[in-house]
Design a binder for this molecule. Structure first.
Ligand SMILES: [Zn+2]
Ligand SMILES: [Zn+2]
Length: 80
């Protein structure tokens, strides 16, 4: 299983939830560790956290909409 967006095979194709515009992929949400990260890094050992609502088959990305100047998240289904 691998994420096609993480591997650069396809571009992030999820529209902005607010304006429907094109968003910029900011990488895996779990890779965000800096002070500007919108979310806490996912703890692989955590049980019952918000991140557990996502299936393991999905890759959770942070995306940025330049029109709304907002960061949100998008779920990418990984490929076999
Ligand atoms: Zn990914
Ligand atoms: Zn937008």
């Amino acid at each position: 299983m691998f994420c096609p967006v993480c591997n650069g095979i396809v571009d992030m194709q999820v529209p902005c939830l607010s304006c429907g515009g094109t968003v910029t992929d900011c990488g895996r949400l779990s890779d965000w560790t800096g002070p500007y990260a919108p979310y806490e890094p996912a703890d692989a050992g955590a049980v019952g956290s918000a991140s557990s609502i996502y299936a393991e088959a999905d890759c959770c990305h942070a995306v940025y909409c330049p029109s709304c100047q907002q960061t949100s998240e998008a779920i990418v289904t990984q490929w076999e």
